[in-house]
Design a protein around this ligand. Structure first.
Ligand code: AP5
Length: 217
């Protein structure tokens, strides 16, 4: 199965991807997670991406397209869910070229829809595990022990780009550069929108029921 998951920063893409991975055994290809790993390793790509990420801007398309094409080429037979990519129409076109060249089709494009005001509240309460990448929220999705990851007990952190001023810039970037990607996929069929301002369990159920319909496991 191959899925593209679209949505604004904080719409809940990473959270629902975990459910898709658990259900279908596909690879979670998150452009943001890959970039954060590159930064943690202080690679050349990580250094190039750093200032863009910390200021809420998009990393240049050529860097991202090469990075994600590499990740897709290594994905397992079960398939993948793309989280945070494509984020510009140019990236979407380049993704199509990569997929066509490899004889691969996307089974579904799912877009999580949510108001900006809800996002600001979600980002303020988000906590992430620096070791395994698990995502929590202080009230909506708290860990079992406050401040500790359920999976490995690591101290949870706030992402630097969850600072309110950077979140506002990320939303501007989303509306200007990523919203057009929704239009791009709407005309391609197998496009679904899910209201994401409902609890994580409801979003999970809505997304999984869509994926059951058009694709084979
Ligand atoms: P990236 O890491 O992709 O960030 P993002 O798209 O801004 O998305 P987030 O990870 O912030 O949010 P999410 O939608 O996954 O929400 P989550 O599930 O965590 O990108 C970071 C940066 O990297 C970009 O700004 C850019 O610089 C660069 N970059 C990445 N990809 C790029 C690309 N393709 N091109 C160029 N640059 C790129 O949920 C958020 C919170 O809400 C959590 O606390 C969660 O517990 C809670 N929550 C989730 N679902 C629910 C629910 N249903 N109800 C209540 N609470 C919920």
């Amino acid at each position: 199965m191959r899925v593209v998951l679209l949505g604004a920063p904080g719409a809940g893409k990473g959270t629902v991807c975990k459910s898709i991975v658990d259900e279908y055994g596909v690879d979670h290809l998150s452009s943001g997670d890959i970039l954060r790993k590159e930064r943690a390793e202080n690679s050349e790509l990580g250094q190039q991406a750093q200032n863009y990420m910390d200021s809420g801007q998009l990393v240049p398309d050529d860097l991202i397209v090469a990075m994600m094409a590499g990740a897709i080429s290594k994905a397992s037979e079960a398939g993948f869910v793309l989280d945070g990519f494509p984020r510009t129409v140019n990236q979407a076109e380049k993704l199509d070229e990569t997929l066509n060249a490899n004889g691969i089709e996307i089974d579904a494009v799912v877009c999580l829809v949510i108001e900006d005001e809800v996002i600001l509240e979600r980002m303020a309460g988000r906590r992430s595990c620096p070791q395994c990448g698990a995502v929590y929220h202080v009230t909506n999705l708290p860990p079992k022990v406050e401040g500790k990851c359920d999976n490995d007990g690591a101290e949870l952190i706030q992402r630097p780009d969850d600072n309110p001023e950077v979140v506002k810039q990320r939303l501007v970037t989303y509306h200007e550069q990523t919203k057009p990607v929704v239009g791009y996929y709407k005309s391609h069929g197998r496009f679904y929108e899910i209201e994401s301002d409902q609890g994580p369990d409801n979003v999970r159920a809505a997304v999984l029921s869509i994926l059951e319909e058009p694709v084979n496991k």
